[in-house]
Design a protein around this ligand. Structure first.
Ligand code: ARG
Length: 272
């Protein structure tokens, strides 16, 4: 195995919100169809399997209290971004999710952070992914590109703005996964040409994920630097990960996919 392919896991700190009140009652992304029934008990079981996988891998998982009437609150990644000892809380694009911000802000304050608000829409780690010393920042569907500078200032990190162009990949974390500080995986057609060029320059060792995998939200994955927890159906991406020296761990989250989310959406990482 080449030197750069020797992968090392590090212990992570995650926040998750149980899907107690999960439902698909409105459609704010192309995956959501309120006519398709959702099995909330099954969603809870699947979500709990994900939580147990993180625990078995040695990670810290803290829980946020779900709120009745906020069916998308299970997608904890959207709550904000926590890095460098700073915390920026989400400002949601759609009114249906607006009240989630206060819940995540309270979590931040309870844990000793100042919860910074932005003037422009930002959907937390749905669009803001830490990759080493930079923040990869999506825009085009949810997070307003004008929020990128606000967030760079708030967390004290440079931001790389990336434009999403396919409505099925409406958040950056549906089209790109950070595997370690210098390695990402992404689905090139989800980005405009300048963003693809930028990614190619920044991450020469990136894994390019094909449409068949991207369409099962393969890239909505969580890596600790070695283990990569990803949707079970993403078998092509799992093989690519294995070939690159990572250890893919598949998990079935079919109920949560009906809301347009998977592994990463359910996981807010607290970066040191
Ligand atoms: N139904 C949610 C929405 O459309 C799904 C959010 C998925 N979260 C994510 N981090 N991509 O807002």
């Amino acid at each position: 195995m080449p030197l750069q392919a020797r992968r090392t896991p590090t212990i992570r700190h995650y926040v998750m919100t149980p899907p107690t009140f999960f439902a698909v009652e409105y459609a704010i992304n192309p995956w959501m169809d309120p006519a398709v029934p959702v099995d909330t008990h099954r969603a809870l079981d699947q979500w709990d399997t994900l939580r147990r996988i993180y625990k078995e891998l040695g990670h810290t998982v803290e829980l946020e209290e779900p709120v009745a009437g906020l069916p998308d609150m299970v997608y904890a990644a959207n709550g904000g971004v926590l890095v460098n000892g700073r915390a920026v809380v989400a400002r949601f694009a759609y009114s249906q999710r607006a009240a989630e911000s206060d819940a995540y802000a309270e979590w931040m304050v309870r844990h000793g952070y100042t919860a910074v608000r932005t003037d422009h829409v930002n959907e937390g780690q749905g669009d803001l992914l830490v990759a080493g010393r930079v923040l990869l920042a999506g825009h085009g569907f949810r997070t307003d590109v004008r929020a990128h500078a606000e967030i760079a200032a708030a967390v004290g990190m440079p931001v790389v703005s990336l434009r999403l162009v396919d409505p099925r990949f409406y958040h950056l974390d549906t089209a790109l996964a950070v595997l370690d500080d210098q390695t990402v995986a992404y689905h090139p057609p989800a980005f405009d040409t300048p963003s693809r060029d930028r990614l190619r320059t920044l991450f020469p060792d990136a894994i390019e994920v094909a449409a068949a995998d991207a369409q099962v939200l393969a890239l909505n994955a969580v890596s600790d630097g070695y283990h990569v927890v990803l949707p079970a159906a993403a078998t092509g991406f799992a093989a690519q990960l294995r070939a690159a020296g990572f250890d893919p761990v598949g998990v079935e989250l079919s109920e949560l996919l009906k809301g347009g989310g998977s592994v990463k959406c359910c996981t807010l990482e607290v970066h040191p």
